[in-house]
Design a protein around this ligand. Structure first.
Ligand code: ZN
Length: 363
């Protein structure tokens, strides 16, 4: 296993740790939101019910002024919190025509909107951190020190919430998922009332779908977007000095046939396309990649020429004294050509070290 493969494995482990924490935060939030909905439904049963059943006809009466006011208040609060989602709110005029059932269904819609807003916010934060880590792991392997880019760097943000398949970014996907779920829940609600379900039965049914689908949608998105961000951000620093890669799945019993078969092909970095020839290939994919160099001797010559073969040539090429290796600690013994780690290397030494770290000596 090369240093680079090892580094990617570390990145995945960090991602999974943060992912667990994120999932817990989301899960708690979803529970809290359902409790609120549950209370509203309980109030309906109290107000409009008789013997723990609400007659369907009763629900077709106009929404009370008080409930209408509360609903509008809630929409205003939501827009204040998530102005970017203001276009997703129902038009005001429609609120005046709602009956009691529709009023409750709008509450379900608002609950799912809150979930979309919160999930989106939390995921952005998680993926930005992951992107920073990924790009810095790449930078470090190429000799730029451990924390080259800050979390606020535009380079770091460029991979977060961009669309890479089907013209959809994750904000849109979260919104589409939650909206779809709201529709299902509202159908459950209407059918439950029509059947004359008791409060307990109605809430139990809703809770089941609510808990399962919200989590399933969010967790899948977190995992798959995480793979996208890791693959793209780690590749970023390599684009300058390399041209080819192959995918590099962990090969165990769980590796799927898509990832297993893709790894035999070599692709141009400039032609990589997530979902097609670059990870992620499918939902729940955690594939990664490795650099391919056909002729390392030629690569080293080119690197030296580009980064300091002639220090007087151009002002923007790196001079030998600027190639630094900070705290790189490959697991194994370094090739003798490289010299001491943590010191300033010659450009040739740097090239040899990069080759070594990328597994160029293994072939
Ligand atoms: Zn796979």
């Amino acid at each position: 296993m090369s240093y680079w493969t090892d580094r990617q494995e570390q990145l995945k482990k960090t991602a999974e740790k943060d992912e667990t924490k994120l999932k817990r935060r989301l899960s708690d939030f979803y529970d809290k939101e359902f409790k609120r909905l549950e209370k509203e439904i309980a109030a309906y049963y109290q107000q409009y019910g008789e013997d723990n059943v609400i007659s369907y006809r009763n629900l077709l009466q106009s929404l009370s002024d008080e409930d209408r006011r509360l609903l509008m208040e809630r929409m205003d609060e939501f827009v204040a919190k998530y102005p970017q989602y203001s276009n997703l709110m129902p038009v005001r005029e429609s609120i005046y025509k709602l009956d009691r059932l529709q009023g409750l269904q709008y509450s379900v819609y608002m609950t799912e909107a809150e979930i979309a807003g919160f999930t989106n916010e939390q995921m952005t934060e998680y993926l930005t951190k992951l992107s920073q880590k990924g790009i810095n792991y790449g930078m470090e392997t190429l000799g730029f020190g451990k924390n080259f880019y800050s979390i606020n760097s535009d380079v770091v943000k460029q991979f977060v919430d961009v669309h890479w398949l089907n013209e959809e970014n994750f904000s849109t996907r979260i919104w589409n998922d939650t909206k779809k779920l709201a529709q299902y829940l509202n159908q459950d609600l209407a059918q439950g009332f029509a059947r004359g379900d008791s409060y307990d039965k109605l809430v139990r049914n809703l809770r089941q779908r609510f808990g399962r689908v919200n989590r399933k949608d969010a967790y899948r998105l977190i995992y798959t977007e995480g793979t996208f961000v890791m693959a793209e951000s780690t590749m970023q620093p390599f684009k300058e000095d390399f041209t080819k890669y192959r995918t590099s799945p962990v090969l165990d019993g769980k590796t799927c046939s898509i990832c297993r078969n893709m790894r035999h092909e070599v692709f141009e970095i400039s032609e990589r396309q997530p979902g097609v020839n670059f990870p992620p290939f499918h939902p729940w994919c955690r594939d990664s990649w490795e650099i391919v160099v056909d002729d390392w001797d030629a690569w080293i010559d080119e690197y030296v020429r580009k980064h300091g073969g002639n220090p007087n040539a151009a002002s923007d090429v790196q001079k030998p004294s600027e190639v630094r290796w900070n705290k790189i600690q490959p697991k194994n013994r370094l090739p003798s050509a490289v010299g001491a780690v943590g010191t300033v290397l010659t450009v040739l030494g740097a090239a040899e070290l990069i080759k070594y770290l990328l597994g160029g000596d293994e072939e």
